[in-house]
Design a protein around this ligand. Structure first.
Ligand code: FAD
Ligand code: AMP
Length: 477
């Protein structure tokens, strides 16, 4: 007889480990299967996010920005710093320490919540059975009333640019380089490409970003995207749009890349390459052929609004299913599914999930872009406030960017908030909260914001939506 649980979760990334914790809190006998082996060769929880994603990338973004400011940005403050240099191996080991502490923290939480960690690779079998193969190749069987699939995603590889030791790498490889490439090519100007390109640019690499699409950040409000493009270009990121990489060769001199753009075929030679062309779901080996798990047209596990798959008692969450590939989206799906399993009614508002690109400036948004509203034929008002007019941004010597608010022309309901600037990842929460409460731009305009803070720019953008901003001239009435 196989050991039986109320719930078995497959995958311990931010979707799976959060689902497991919430299930355990609700009194369900819970196990979580995780196969991850970390850099030291030890099993680890936390998935992509904690091991090779959100956290290590933010650790390096922080270290590289401090280095960049110390070497370039302090003179305006009247601070003279001589002899600044980057100790890249120390940056990497400091990042590794943060990862180790956080993944160890999840292990502690599993113990505290009595969650059984089944170490190994899990496979969904018929009748809600799970087969787990450990690192010695031994397989054990388990069963559960409910199964939550949360096996996440991995980097897409392209035939034109195969990975090559530490010269042509994916995002994980680019988080472990212990020296700065002189010339770096990033393929893909998406979120991950821009973040990692920024890290290595700040540390001194010459960076060329090749992006196949003609539009920069098509998912971002284009007024915000254009402003950020200008700021990235000023920082020295050479972003080439409409540039599709077709082939590559690695030799002793580095990497030669052939790409096409509007002028024809081009060549580029660099020391190293980061391939950042997107991520795809981890579905290989996930199911036994006898289970008829339904996939969608994009190769993701098909789920309904409640994260139920076509198989009774089998749920799927996180990067494995439709919706943005974001850690917090997966975690909230995990909570919602756990609560549904426990008989509660849980709802996740997919219209109010914030997105952030952690470059400098940070790009943060929630809700609809102006382009989406136009396409939907929705009548809207917009209010924009530039950080150049913010006293706090001036005091911080960081005045690039703006806050943009979009609200319904008739009801004034907040439909979108878009920010490029400073630490906008910490500001966007205001927009998310107002959208969750179905608030209006007038609600923001009537709210008191502390002075001087960057958040006052949100207040002013809301006032601007009604043509009554106080610290910039308004449109002629
Ligand atoms: P994952 O985190 O991918 O976890 C899935 C887990 O399942 C893994 O641990 C894997 O080992 C395990 N697994 C897979 N198959 C099996 C199996 N058969 N048996 C057992 N275990 C299995 N998102 C943000 O929100 N903010 C960010 O700042 C951010 N930065 C990122 C930076 C980088 C460089 C990358 C690569 C991603 C970033 N993301 C960010 C995306 C974020 O990491 C993912 O959206 C998130 O990790 C998805 O969570 P998940 O739990 O669905 O999957
Ligand atoms: P994201 O999915 O947000 O991580 O973005 C990945 C980006 O890589 C997309 O904008 C793609 O257009 C881009 N991309 C994919 N293949 C290529 C290629 N061969 N050359 C250049 N860019 C590419």
């Amino acid at each position: 007889m196989s050991e039986k649980f109320d719930v078995i979760v497959l995958g311990a990334g931010p979707a799976g480990y959060v689902a497991a914790i919430r299930c355990a809190q609700l009194g369900l006998k819970t196990a979580c299967v995780e196969e991850w082996i970390n850099k030291k060769g030890s099993p680890a929880l936390g998935g992509t996010c904690l091991n090779v994603g959100c956290i290590p990338s933010k650790a390096l973004l922080e270290s590289s920005q401090i280095y960049y400011e110390a070497s370039k940005g302090l003179s305006e403050h009247g601070i003279v710093v001589d002899g600044v240099r980057a100790d890249v191996p120390q940056m990497i080991s400091s990042k590794d320490k943060i990862v180790e502490e956080l993944t160890g923290g999840i292990e502690h939480l599993f113990r505290a919540n009595n969650i059984t960690w089944l170490k190994g690779t899990g496979k969904l079998m018929p009748e809600r059975q799970i087969a787990v193969q450990d690192s010695d190749g031994n397989t054990s069987a388990y069963s559960a009333e409910n199964i939550i699939l949360a096996t996440g995603s991995k980097s897409i590889e392209i035939g034109a640019v195969p990975l090559h030791s530490d010269v042509v790498v994916d995002s994980s490889g680019a988080l472990d380089w212990e020296s700065v490439p002189q010339k770096l090519c990033v393929i893909g100007a998406g979120v991950i490409g821009l973040e990692l390109g920024s890290v290595w640019r700040r540390l001194g690499a010459e960076v060329v970003v090749l992006e196949a699409q003609d539009v920069f950040l098509p998912m971002v409000d284009q007024q915000i995207a254009k402003d950020s493009f200008r700021q990235f270009t000023r920082q020295g990121l050479d972003i080439k749009l409409g540039a599709r990489v077709m082939s590559s060769q690695v030799d002793g001199n580095g990497v030669s890349l052939q790409y096409t753009d509007s002028s024809g075929e081009q060549n580029l030679t660099v020391d190293r390459v980061i391939v950042a062309v997107g991520r795809r779901p981890n579905i290989e080996q996930l199911t036994d052929p006898e289970t008829d798990l339904l996939m969608d047209e994009r190769g993701l596990v098909h789920v309904n609004d409640a994260c139920e798959t076509n198989l009774p008692g089998v749920w799927a969450i996180g990067d494995l299913v439709r919706g943005p590939m974001l850690a917090h989206k997966g975690s909230e799906e995990g909570v919602a599914v756990a609560e549904r399993i426990a008989g509660q009614h849980s709802h996740l508002n997919y219209d109010a999930i914030p997105s952030v690109i952690y470059t400098h400036p940070e790009i943060s948004w929630v809700g609809k872009t102006e382009e989406q509203l136009k396409e939907a034929g929705r009548e809207y008002k917009s209010g924009v406030f530039p950080f150049a007019a913010s006293g706090r941004a001036k005091a911080q010597r960081d005045t690039g960017g703006m806050v943009k608010i979009l609200s319904d022309k008739h009801t004034d309901e907040l439909l979108g908030m878009h920010i490029v600037g400073g630490h906008s990842s910490e500001l966007i929460g205001h927009g998310v909260t107002v959208m969750e409460f179905q608030g209006t731009s007038e609600d923001i305009a009537r709210t008191v914001f502390a002075h001087p803070t960057l958040s006052e720019a949100i207040h002013e953008a809301a006032l601007a939506a009604d043509n009554r901003a106080l610290h910039i001239p308004n449109r002629k009435r």
